[in-house]
Design a protein around this ligand. Structure first.
Ligand SMILES: [Zn+2]
Length: 331
């Protein structure tokens, strides 16, 4: 317990912890002392002091002070034991997120080393190098991730737990183009699109998080919702930056509430036009759900058998797509 405690305090400096939670501070003296508004009580003049060297805080307003554990006890209303568990959980999440960041960076470096991947991306109509860079697109050739990550010091257990490696020790992603899914600047999942005969879609067995790139799309009053990340990529390439994606046709309650925060927002549903009508049926169900959440829903009608990606790959232009949007009926 004592060692756990020292390790937590060593790995999460109090000042970092506060700053990650948006505490803004000014350096108070030449020493490592900082002052800012107290996160524990309401105030207008700063009286909360942090000594970064000693890893301690003290507030002259509410007269409370102590170390990181004490701060978590007070701010999260947890017991001592619960605070430690809370911080251990925080460390585990941060470790996994750093691992996914490094995996995404590794895959990103592979994309241009494998002509078959670059060719696949080009065939899907994605050709803007800046956008490919912005999306952090990568490629998993298979067979080399495990060695790379264990060389960096990650344990086999952690790789297994995040689903990057199978029980047999093989790379979970093999011959797949990789899109990192980010939230609040952290990679929280990886989506892999097979370029071969394997099942097309794969995500790590963990939350897919909110809507894709929601932090940049949330400001739009009109939003285009697509099924796949290649659909999103080609629409972004054509300037439709108000496009987001739930990776599939099913929205989680969290994703639905992201859309519903702005009442009256108009959502254009641009799912695949499947021969078996499954995309169309999913569109209608989702449209009803969106309307009952106070949103306006329009269902885009692309030519039969098309999704936005194949529509553009077949030669359609931005104005063709805009015409589809104008003709999209409401419920
Ligand atoms: Zn205070």
């Amino acid at each position: 317990m004592r060692e756990d405690l020292q390790q937590i305090k060593h790995r999460i400096p109090l000042l970092d912890y506060l700053q990650q939670r948006n505490w803004t501070a000014h350096r108070f003296s030449a020493r490592e002392e900082f002052v800012g508004l107290c996160p524990l009580h309401q105030e207008t003049r700063p009286s909360f002091y942090v000594n970064a060297r000693k890893n301690l805080f003290y507030c002259h307003g509410c007269e409370r002070g102590g170390d990181l554990i004490r701060f978590v006890e007070l701010s999260e209303h947890l017991s001592f034991r619960e605070s430690i568990a809370y911080l251990q959980q925080d460390l585990a999440v941060a470790a996994e997120s750093q691992l996914l960041d490094r995996t995404a960076a590794f895959y990103q470096a592979q994309l241009h080393r494998h002509p078959e991947a670059a060719e696949y991306v080009r065939q899907r109509g994605l050709c803007d190098p800046e956008l490919i860079e912005e999306l952090g697109l990568g490629y998993a050739p298979g067979g080399n991730l495990r060695r790379h990550l264990t060389d960096l010091g990650y344990s086999f257990d952690l790789l297994l737990r995040t689903g990057l490696i199978s029980n047999q020790g093989r790379d979970a992603f093999c011959r797949r183009v990789i899109f990192p899914c980010r939230q609040h600047g952290r990679v929280i999942n990886l989506y892999g699109r097979s370029i071969g005969a394997a099942f097309p879609h794969r995500l790590l067995p963990r939350t897919k998080g909110g809507l894709f790139a929601w932090e940049s799309v949330r400001t739009f009053s009109t939003v285009i919702l697509v099924e796949g990340l290649f659909d999103l990529a080609v629409l972004w390439q054509l300037g439709f930056r108000n496009t987001t994606c739930a990776i599939g046709t099913h929205l989680t309650p969290a994703q639905l509430s992201q859309l519903a925060v702005a009442a009256g927002r108009c959502i254009y549903i641009a799912f695949d036009q499947d021969a078996n009508q499954s995309g169309q049926q999913a569109s209608r169900l989702l449209a009803q759900l969106l309307e009952s959440a106070g949103l306006k829903a329009r269902i885009l009608c692309l030519p039969s058998g098309q999704d936005p990606n194949s529509y553009f790959a077949a030669g359609a232009t931005a104005s063709d797509f805009r015409a589809c949007m104008e003709q999209a009926p409401s419920l």
